[in-house]
Structure formats: C-alpha cells, structure tokens
Design a protein around this ligand. Structure first.
Ligand code: URP
Ligand code: ZN
Ligand code: ZN
Length: 458
C-alpha cells in the first residue's frame, strides 16, 4: 500500500516546485513529475496546497512537574494537539530534580511518553546540579540517544548551576559532539530584584517582568557565549526574547563562533502589555524570560529573516488559568511559569509569510529543517527526500484558523491569542506515512509515536 500525493507544490528550505510525492510504508520513496500510479495506490489530491516537511518542535515541556502542580498537557494531549497544528516531532526536556540520577529521570520521562505519544519524540536532558555523580552519567545519557543538554543561569534555588559547572559541561560537549542548550537570565540578580519588589508589595503579574529585565538576559547570553568561546564549544540559546541578547548572539556569530538561537511565537506576537490585563488575567502571560516591549518583536522577526535566529520552538508549558495560574493570585512568585503553544506554532509563524517578513522556504527551514539539523534528526526528519520519514504537512494557505481555546486541542482553559483569526493551516498531516490529521479529524493513535534516538549533533 502506497500513497501518492499529486498536484501539490513542494516547499523545502531551499526551493519550491511542482511534483508528485510517493510514500511507501513509513518513508518517502519518490519525488518527481507524473509518477506512475499503481491500482492499489491511495491518491491524495493536493491541488492548491503546499507539501512541506512536518514541523519539529525542539522545545516542549509535557507533563512537567512544577512545584505542587504539573503542566496541563501530557504526552497524549500535547502531541495530539501538536499534530493538529502540523508538527510531527517534538523534543521534550527530561527535567530531573537536584540530586536525581539523570538515567533515572530519563526512565521517568520515557514512562510519561510511552503508550501516549501520538507523534515521534526526542528528549533533551536538563542538568540542574554539579555533583560528580551527575557528570559521571553524561556519557551514558549520550549513548541513550540524547546529545543535547540544557542548563539554566536562572532559578538559583532549583535549576541554576555555576559558571564553572557550565564550563565543565561545555568542555565535555565539545569533546563528545554534544550540544549545550542554555536558558540565559541572571538568576542572582533576579532574586534580588524579586525581593525588592516583594518588600514594596509589588506582587501583581506585571511585576514578574520587572524582576527579569532584558538587560540581564543580554548579560547572561554574553556570559554563556564567553564560556563557550573559552573551550571552543557550540552553544544553543533557547527562547531568545530581546534586542540585548540578539546583539550578543550576532556579535559572536560575526566572530565565527558556533552560536545557534531559538525564539518562540509568543515573543513574536505578544508583548509585556498583556501582563497588565485586569482581573489577574495578566497571569495567563507569565513565562520566563518574560514578554518584552513591542519593539523587541520587530528585531526578532528581522533576525529570523536574516538567519541570525535559526529556530522557532514553542517552550510549550501550559497551565490552566483556573486552578493553576491562580495559585499566584496574590503573589506573582507563585504563578507557574509558561504558556501553551504546541498547536499554534506553524500557523502563527506562517503570518510572517502572509506579511512578507519571511519566504515560504525560510518558513520551512525555521519550523522543520533547521531544528532537525541542529538537534541531530537529519537526515531522517525535517526534509522532503527519498529515504526520509514521510512526515508531511499538506498546508492550505487559505485555511482560516481561529486561535480560541474552544477551537484548539491543547488541554488548557485559555488561549493567549483568544479572538485572533489567522490565515494558513494544515489540511492533512502524515506521520511516518500515516495520515494522522485530516482536516478537523484526528486519525492517529496514542502510543504510535516512537522515541527518536539522536546521534551527537556536531
Ligand atoms: O516559563 C517558562 N519558560 N517555563 C518553562 C521552563 C523554561 O524555562 O523553559
Ligand atoms: Zn528555559
Ligand atoms: Zn522551556
């Protein structure tokens, strides 16, 4: 049984062209003009549609425990919503607590995903303590198919590690071909600013942003780049939000240093004004780093167009407004940090094509090809070519998508984009050759998603 997609326009990171595409089993087998039709073939007419590689979301937090609560999407609801949005692979973060074994935490995350993931998933490993036992496990984690390691320069009480430990990890990663992913904020300074705000009684959601100014994200980004430069290691900065961080990244890239940058849709479409919404609704927009003033988004779009930022991922970390975000009703320090976005990434970024900020080819690069290359999924994922996994989106540039929570599939009781309608969305989504989404219908099964064992990336 094969599937033949006909009459569509193939869009890759480098070109757009009319061709048929044949799927045999789980793989793309042929791309060409007027491919031969067998009587048993399923023919999919893609007239008016764009045929693109499925999206790869390189930054998600499904079922993440945070304090006494958990991110509201688990691997089943989250990956199902991802597929509805045209994403066919996610890379989630194994997030051990301090003192936990990395391999033990990996088992925990595999158990969260097993039997649930509807699309393929990879895992990053977070490193949140500096014990020799933790560093001793790095080689085994790499051998388990995890070549990407996240560190934090924020959250001193739970996640942050010292500059010395970061240097040790970067040094190891340079030798082993692994890649360090960094959350760049200045945890110590944020703690001090937070204490001052609290003493002044400034505990509303908007003060969360006051405690985490852009200049400190810029400082941490520069510091991390300096550490990477010392040991000649590549570095990937996650969720870049601001001009200050961009300047540090650009200056390093100009010096020929291997720095990759990622941003997220909420930093492109929302601003800190949302944190001022009345009736505590600003809490819906609390994430770290925080939303910035509007002028930063303009610069992030330019950086995406120029290739200074390579990847848009979601940092999907949803919490319901009722029962979760409202844990911090009287105190922003208690609001769980994070926004939903796993389903709306492609459709939001497509607005960059509609508004002519980026080309369709650049769009494909940002949402699929670059994340596959940087995170070690190439050549299996992220491209349209014979022999690669048939993870394919048939994209309808005319489809209207309403971004209301009631219309979306993420398990969360609000949408940061409530009331917004955009143009462009998936008509059909294939994951390893299987049509998992057809219009508004989900055809996939929980547990069909496979773990993506990744090799060293560099
Ligand atoms: O607010 C956020 N981003 N929560 C998720 C964890 C992280 O730092 O990426
Ligand atoms: Zn982070
Ligand atoms: Zn994150």
């Amino acid at each position: 049984m094969a599937t033949l997609i006909v009459n569509g326009t193939l869009v890759t990171a480098s070109e757009s062209f009319r061709a048929d595409l044949r799927i045999d089993g789980e793989k793309i087998s042929h791309i060409g003009h007027d491919l031969r039709r067998e009587p048993t073939d399923t023919i999919v007419d893609a007239t008016g549609l764009l045929v693109m590689p499925g999206g790869i979301d390189a930054h998600t937090h499904l079922d993440l425990p945070v304090g006494a609560t958990r991110a509201s999407d688990d691997f089943e609801s989250g990956t199902r919503a991802a597929a509805f949005g045209g994403t066919t692979s996610v890379i989630d973060f194994v997030s051990p607590a301090r003192g936990d074994s990395l391999l033990g935490a990996l088992d925990t995350w595999q158990a969260l995903a097993r039997g649930k993931a509807c699309i393929d998933y990879g895992l990053h490993m977070s490193l949140v303590d500096e014990r020799p036992e933790t560093f001793a496990e790095l080689d085994a984690v790499l051998d388990a198919g995890i070549p990407t390691f996240k560190i934090y320069t924020a959250y001193p009480d739970t996640l942050m590690i010292s500059d010395g430990a970061i240097l040790r990890l970067l040094n190891w990663s340079a030798r082993r071909g692994a890649l360090v992913l960094a959350h760049a904020e200045n945890g110590g300074a944020i703690a001090e600013l937070t204490r001052t705000l609290a003493n002044e009684g400034k505990l509303a959601p908007r003060h969360h942003a006051d405690s985490r100014p852009a200049i400190l994200e810029g400082e941490a980004t520069s510091r991390l780049i300096a550490l990477a430069e010392v040991v000649d290691a590549p570095l990937y900065i996650v969720h870049v939000t601001c001009i200050e961080a961009l300047e540090a990244i650009r200056s390093a890239q100009r010096r020929g240093i291997d720095i990759y940058a990622e941003t997220c849709p909420h930093y492109l479409f929302l601003s800190e004004e949302s944190l001022r919404a009345p009736d505590f609704e600003g809490a819906k927009f609390v994430c770290s780093p925080p939303l910035r003033p509007r002028n930063h988004a303009q610069k992030l779009w330019q950086a995406l167009a120029l290739g200074d930022i390579e990847v848009v991922a979601t940092d999907h970390c949803p919490f319901n407004f009722h029962g979760q975000k409202d844990l911090g009703r009287d105190d922003f320090r208690k609001i769980p940090n994070g926004l939903p976005g796993i389903e709306t990434r492609l459709t939001l970024l497509w607005q960059g094509v509609v508004e002519k900020r980026i080309t369709p080819n650049r769009f494909v690069d940002i949402v699929a090809t670059a994340p596959a290359r940087i995170h070690g999924l190439c050549p299996r994922k992220g491209v349209l070519a014979p022999g690669t996994d048939a993870d394919i989106v048939l994209w309808d540039p005319e489809r209207e998508v309403r971004l209301d929570a009631a219309r979306l599939h993420m398990r969360v009781d609000y949408s940061p984009y409530e009331g917004m309608t955009v143009r462009g969305g998936p008509a059909k989504v294939f994951s390893r050759g299987e049509c998992v989404v057809d219009g508004d219908e989900f055809l996939g099964k929980p547990g069909r998603g496979q773990f993506l064992r990744r090799a060293p990336t560099q």
